[in-house]
Ligand binder design. Structure first.
Ligand SMILES: [Zn+2]
Length: 334
């Protein structure tokens, strides 16, 4: 009892000291939170047509055994009030709004709400950027991990980073030609002016790339354009070229969030697609890719179509990793 009272008194004293030391910072933060809560409170609430929802089929497995749930964790007005459709058969989930308008979101809200470090006056690749000296940095360390993992491919002449962000992967990766697809205005500026990367649209080139790198990007597309994106990716690769993907384990994340097991720093926005191993492999298979390696997401239902895929690709290495990763390949003839 005594200890807990002392602990409580110490906590109050520390809080007061902090308030004294950082009054403006504290006030600004509270104001910011109030404004963002107010924005969400007055956000428009989209209407969903019951018949549209009822007509949905899973683009990953073609089944229509679907549940509807609210979007479990949002930050901006755009995602407040959304719902998700989730396939009970393969674990795939998506925002079931046809032509969900994301272009404006990625050009403006995303840059300002999530990736504020891109909006700096100094150059991103200048030595002053703390990203180079921090002991850990999620995006930097991920880029380095992918460069290391892709050493198995040997020398790569032409690489395309689909959803390159500020280009950390391209910065670390050794290739003769570096290209990027990226909508965010601040990232495009960094890619062009600091890395001399060619920023273009997916599908501008056919039969061209040895490797398409796609890290934490496929979850940002929509259910009505994901198949087209994968087909375009296949065609932009040269025959035999590789497609390396990493996405969050969306099906597992959704299961946790809907069960109320949400970590304090965990968020889902702005993800519009949620993958299980099975749904991602199904989509790649439908687009015409051969699958070489895949990690297992842990989607808990017994999965007959995953077993079918394993039979079809007996040489696929199935690994347990914290992420959903796949190495796929455009067939030599295809
Ligand atoms: Zn499905």
């Amino acid at each position: 009892m005594k200890i807990s009272m002392m602990w409580y008194a110490r906590k109050i004293l520390m809080k007061k000291a902090k308030q004294k030391l950082f009054p403006t910072i504290r006030k600004t933060k509270i104001e910011e939170i109030k404004i963002s809560l107010d924005n969400i409170r007055v956000a428009p609430s989209p209407r969903f047509s019951i018949s549209d929802l009822a007509r949905q089929t899973c683009v990953a497995c073609g089944k229509s055994d679907i549940e509807i749930l609210r979007y479990p964790a949002f930050k901006s007005q755009v995602f407040a009030g959304l719902v998700l459709a989730s396939c009970k058969i393969c674990g795939f989930a998506w925002v079931p709004i046809p032509k969900f308008p994301l272009d404006d979101y990625y050009k403006h809200h995303y840059a300002d709400d999530f990736r504020v470090e891109r909006v700096i006056n100094a150059k991103f690749y200048s030595p002053e950027n703390p990203i180079w000296t921090l002991s850990t940095h999620k995006v930097r360390d991920r880029a380095k991990r992918h460069v290391k993992a892709l050493e198995v491919l040997g020398p790569v002449k032409r690489v395309l980073d689909l959803g390159a962000g500020e280009g950390l992967f391209l910065h670390f990766f050794d290739a003769d030609e570096k290209h990027a697809v990226e909508p965010d205005k601040n990232s495009v500026r960094i890619l062009k002016t600091e890395l001399n990367v060619s920023v273009e649209a997916l599908g501008d080139r056919t039969d061209y790339f040895d490797l398409v790198q796609c890290s934490h990007t496929l979850e940002h597309f929509t259910y009505d354009n994901i198949r087209e994106i994968l087909e375009k990716t296949l065609r932009t690769l040269r025959p035999g070229g590789h497609f390396h993907i990493e996405v969050p384990r969306g099906a597992v994340q959704l299961a946790h969030f809907t069960a109320g097991k949400r970590g304090r720093t965990h968020r889902l926005e702005p993800h519009t697609l949620f993958y299980s191993t099975e749904s991602l492999l199904n989509l790649l298979d439908q687009a015409g890719f051969d699958i070489k390696e895949a990690s297992v997401c842990g989607w808990p239902r017994p999965s007959t179509s995953l077993k079918k895929l394993q039979k079809r690709y007996p040489e696929t290495a199935l690994m347990q990793t914290p992420w959903l990763t796949v190495l796929a390949r455009r067939p030599q003839r295809g």
